[in-house]
Design a protein around this ligand. Structure first.
Ligand code: UD1
Ligand code: MG
Length: 488
């Protein structure tokens, strides 16, 4: 198959029904852009691919360029004049015996459908073969397959007169053409009377009209449903997500609420893990054995090893979490952190570009940024690395067995050497030598008997205030007293 088939993916359309202004093909289904479902499938199958681009072409080319390893040919359709016109734009690139044409908006397609399409095409000696599916919903705007006596036609839903319920066989938008057939008939495509677009489906109708063999294979609707609207995007996402979660379940992963858990295509989870309600596992996250991710935590592009406990409401991104670590609840590991074996990150702790060594603990209300923290270190609650001087970032180094007291401000660049202590409330601006105690706060002064002196002062003040008040009152009253009348 690989030697004789080339694939043409139609991806130039305007995505008008999406109504978001963006291309539907760049939107993701379980973390993977729709267009990549096909380009990566064909790459896996070893089939050579040409993609027709137009609307949002730079974005689509960039996505494919990043994801696909094999070179892909791009052909531009400068004016979107329909699926038939998009295919015609690629004519000079046809170089294999069979041309597989796929709508780019069919992300759930699988290898077995393509293989079956090819095999039956060869067996039946057809000029054209295409995939159909059974769909009883008349609201779905698919082309309907109408078989009458010896003819087979695809008629778009909006052009069908009468009840759509009678036409439950839909065209999936995946076709295999003999190159000879296409070379002969592509010029005969004419624009549709109403839409003025050229339809790829008219090639099927033409083959049938010329009594050439047209073959169909049937696939499950959920494998070939298209994505034209946001509602259809949600449907595809829902199907893919359920499929991924079921696969993980079969491998021994327990999902406490699979209906509201999000798992992306590239995520790997080992057996014995428990994934709580509302969890999102996205990007290229991998999770080791018997790890628990509690409810509403979001893990993105992160490697988590075995026996880790991520408590509820944590966000962990672009980080590496070693075995037996405990994180959260409410922790934020922003980017490029390494948390080593048996370390603990507690509630309302934020880490950025920080390594927290084995058995070290930062359990309460801290920000640790650009810090390298050794093993068995205690970071007291409320500790902040002041890593930014207003212009650039600086590093904090805390060596093994150091003990940072509560509410410290570590002004970077700064180093706290091993087995040293810093007193609570310190602002550390200089190196703390090994085995030392650094106290960097203003000294406490106790004023003995201060309160009784204060009370006396207060009493004097309040007495004076009362006198002033009385005087003011009497003055006011006097103002309103009638003047004494002089006796005649
Ligand atoms: C198409 C089929 C319909 C089929 C359905 C299956 C036609 C006329 N209709 O309808 O019979 O049931 O797919 O999903 O083909 N595109 C271009 N250039 C264009 C127009 C479209 O490259 O000028 C691309 C789109 O980006 C898309 C694909 O072709 O990836 C299909 O276009 P779309 O508008 O989704 O066609 P449907 O209306 O779904
Ligand atoms: Mg479509």
């Amino acid at each position: 198959m690989l030697k004789v088939v080339q694939a043409i993916i139609l991806a130039a359309g305007k995505s008008k029904r999406f109504k978001t202004g963006s291309s539907k093909l760049t939107q993701t289904v379980c973390g993977q852009p729709i267009i990549l479902y096909q380009t990566l499938l064909f790459e896996k199958m070893g089939v050579n691919v040409t993609v027709v681009v137009g609307h949002h072409k730079d974005e689509i080319q960039k996505l494919i360029g990043h994801a696909n390893k094999q070179p892909i040919t791009f052909v531009e359709q400068t004016e979107q004049k329909g699926t038939g016109h998009a295919l015609a734009c690629t004519q000079s690139f046809w170089h294999k015996e069979y041309i597989l044409v796929c709508n780019g908006d069919v992300p759930l397609i699988t290898q077995d459908i393509i293989t079956q399409l090819y095999e039956t095409h060869i067996q039946t000696n057809a000029a054209v073969s295409f995939v159909t599916a059974h769909d009883t919903n008349p609201a779905n705007q698919y082309g309907r397959v109408v078989k009458k006596e010896n003819t087979i036609n695809i008629i778009e839903a909006k052009e069908i007169t009468g009840s759509l319920e009678e036409y439950c066989c839909i065209n999936a938008g995946i076709y295999l053409f003999n190159k000879d057939f296409l070379d002969t008939y592509i010029q005969e495509l004419a624009p549709n009377d109403k839409s003025l677009e050229y339809y790829v489906t008219d090639l099927v109708n033409m083959a049938s009209a010329y009594n050439l063999k047209v073959n169909t294979i049937s696939a499950p609707f959920d494998r070939v449903r298209g994505v034209n609207t946001l509602e259809e995007l949600w449907a595809a996402e829902h199907i893919k997500r359920s499929e991924l979660i079921k696969n993980h379940m079969q491998n021994g992963v327990r999902f406490l609420a699979p209906q509201n858990t999000h798992v992306d295509t590239q995520v790997t989870i080992e057996s014995g893990c428990i994934i709580g309600s509302g969890v999102q596992l996205t990007g290229s996250t991998s999770i080791g054995k018997k790890t628990v991710v509690e409810h509403f935590s979001v893990i993105h592009n992160t490697v988590i090893q075995d026996h880790v406990l991520i408590k509820s409401h944590c966000v962990v991104e672009h980080s590496t979490i070693h075995a037996n670590v405990q994180i959260g609840p409410f922790a934020y590991l922003r980017e490029h952190n390494i948390v080593e074996d048996h370390a603990a990150v507690g509630s309302f702790v934020e880490l950025k570009k920080t390594t927290l060594g084995a058995h070290s603990k930062a359990k309460h209300l801290s920000y640790l940024g650009d810090a390298t923290i050794g093993s068995n270190v205690n970071i007291g609650g409320g500790t902040i690395t002041a890593n930014h001087d207003g212009v650039q970032k600086h590093k904090t180094v805390i060596k093994d067995n150091a003990y940072v007291g509560a509410n410290n401000t570590l002004v970077a660049p700064v180093c706290i050497e091993e087995e040293s202590y810093t007193a609570a409330g310190s602002t550390i601006t200089q190196l703390v030598p090994a085995h030392a105690l650094a106290i960097a706060r203003s000294r406490q002064v106790n004023k003995i008997n201060y309160v009784s002196v204060l009370k006396e002062k207060l009493m004097f003040v309040s007495k004076k205030k009362k006198q002033e008040k009385d005087q003011n009152y009497h003055a006011a009253v006097k103002m309103y007293e009638p003047e004494k009348v002089q006796e005649p």
